[in-house]
Write a protein that binds this ligand. Structure first.
Ligand SMILES: NC(=O)c1ccc[n+]([C@@H]2O[C@H](COP(=O)([O-])OP(=O)(O)OC[C@H]3O[C@@H](n4cnc5c(N)ncnc54)[C@H](O)[C@@H]3O)[C@@H](O)[C@H]2O)c1
Length: 255
């Protein structure tokens, strides 16, 4: 679909990769609703984006809150054309810790935010997009999820994150197969390492060790490079039912 004069909902759009998508989509003449738990960062984006950008405080795990965010998007920006899911958390723990085994509640929380939250947004946004008027090729909308290269080569301590992101990647094809009949495409992006607040806590030593594992370019990705791919996916109708690695050829080692 054209990447102009369209309405998008972005989970996790207050920060990092989601914020870069919000900024770029608005700059290109689209309307954006951010659904995120973080109000402060969203307010700054709203200040920059004017009336084209709105925010609804939303925990992606919560069905009622997610539905309210979609209804707010429909009320403010009209029919929905796309969902971009960027809400996520990164926590690490070994299966056998120093004193105790992996906390089961921590495992559940990581699955809940990253996987259940993505599915919650997908199911409700898809239902809303079915009511969007199709364009001349019958396209109603596009769903872009954020997986991770951890789906395939997660490091020690990332069992929960890998399970969640692998789940996000795996549901791409069944979702695309089902939603195709409604003119809705589904694509997942598996980022390598990007310079966002999620990665800001790594020490300079860990950062340079991570960067040394990246073939080229030997640096963290910029959020704008993620947003660039999102906009390409929106515009390219042949991209559907697939997971795209955006990773500068990095293949993470075990540690
Ligand atoms: N940065 C990377 O290197 C990298 C690599 C691979 C995958 N990812 C994935 O990309 C996505 C975006 O990450 P980022 O790097 O921009 O991180 P980030 O921390 O900058 O942004 C994540 C956003 O998700 C929001 N969020 C967290 N829990 C939420 C919840 N329960 N409900 C609603 N919003 C919630 C946060 O408030 C934040 O605004 C995540 O899913 C992350 O796992 C990031």
């Amino acid at each position: 679909m054209q990447v102009k004069d369209r309405s998008f909902l972005i989970t996790g759009g207050s920060s990092g990769l989601g914020a870069a998508c919000a900024t770029s989509l608005v700059a290109n003449g689209n309307r954006v609703m951010i659904a995120d738990v973080n109000c402060e960062a969203a307010e700054q984006l709203i200040g920059e984006g004017g009336s084209k950008i709105a925010f609804k405080q939303t925990d992606v795990r919560n069905a009622t809150e997610m539905q309210s965010a979609i209804e707010a998007s429909l009320d403010i920006h009209g029919p929905l054309h796309g969902l971009i899911t960027c809400a996520g958390i990164l926590r690490g723990a070994r299966i056998i810790g120093r004193d105790t085994p992996h906390d089961l509640e921590l495992f559940r929380e990581i699955i809940d935010v990253n996987l259940v939250g993505t599915f919650n947004a997908m199911r409700l946004a898809a239902e809303a997009m079915v009511r969007t008027e199709p364009d001349q090729e019958g396209e109603r909308g596009v769903i872009i999820t954020t997986s991770s290269i951890a789906s395939w080569e997660a490091q020690i301590g990332q069992a929960a994150y890998a399970a969640a992101k692998g789940g996000v990647a795996s549901m791409t094809l069944p979702a695309a197969r089902e939603l195709g009949q409604h003119g809705i495409r589904v694509v997942s992006i598996a980022p390598g390492i990007f310079a966002t607040p999620m990665m800001a806590e790594v020490t300079p030593a860990i950062r340079s060790s991570l960067e040394s594992q990246i073939p080229f370019p030997q640096r963290f990705g910029e959020p704008s490079e993620f947003a660039h791919l999102v906009e390409h996916i929106i515009g390219n109708r042949m991209l559907n039912g697939t997971v795209i690695r955006l990773d500068a050829a990095v293949r993470m080692g075990p540690k």
